[in-house]
Design a protein around this ligand. Sequence first.
Ligand code: PBG
Length: 331
Amino acid sequence: MTPSFPSLRLRRTRVTAWSRALHRENILTPADLIWPVFVTGGTGVEEPIGSLPGVSRWSLDLIAKRAKEAVGLGIPCLALFPNTPADKRSDDGREALSRDNLMCRAIRAIRDACGSDIGILTDVALDPYTSHGQDGLVDGAGYVLNDATVEVLVGQALNQAAAGADIVAPSDMMDGRIGAIRQALEADGHHNVQIMSYAAKYASAFYGPFRDAVGSRGLLKGDKKGYQMDPANGEEALREVALDLAEGADSVMVKPGLPYLDIVRRVKERFEVPVFAYQVSGEYAMIEAAAAVGAGERDALVMETLMAFKRAGCSGVLTYHALLAARLLGR
Ligand code: PBG
């Protein structure tokens, strides 16, 4: 049957590949990707992570190689996460302040290998360093103390900046940490170190494989609902973003990714600042699980989800599929 408005045929522009290309509203390039990598000790060590198939922890030498590979593919930034040895984890997470911790050594290894060809983003939070797996200091009742934690986070961020981090990314959700870190960076002469705030970070069930990767899952006592956001809330995310921007964040992040694209869109429209999303470990694992049982085709699932972030308004995406996506885009 002829449509009732025969002149309005939206399919007209979809008929051929050239026309679809011409009318495409959003593009994804390797420059949109931040690649999170897990660091472990030793040399020549690769440790696969069971709940994150295809992702491994790498020792410093291998991390440096991966960084070069990322540069070659046009990926502009790496996000580093350490698997701190068990004997260096403590109640107060003091290893986070050591100049020679895995994180600082990884920063230097990447810098030696790649110079300033790649950005290095570091996570500011204590969970890879504490014996209880929480992101901050806990009191006797297990409550994560805000202001005392912020003081340690400031030291951690300064330590990372001194080692050469380009972007510090506080993922802890303590109140006031962005302002405190910004002030300290300025006072210490790190005027050009960026802060990408995990501004709207939810208490999510999608972080499980990450906690395996940094070795905090078995250690974690309780949950993180006392500081990470309630998945039911949207307005509160806007308040978090407003505060972090006022306190000096250069860019903000929404995390997890796909289940929270509405938040990405609201933040972008309200604040008109660079917004990033973290397609987290559980999201990666779901795509891999779907591909493994033949429920979808991996490459197509990856590219479609990454494009969804662009469409929602993201400047870029942290994704464990960064290398794969960059390879597919480079074809
Ligand atoms: C730690 C941190 C987490 C992630 C990034 N930084 C886990 C958590 O908050 O428990 C999760 C990333 C992922 O799941 O891929 N502060």
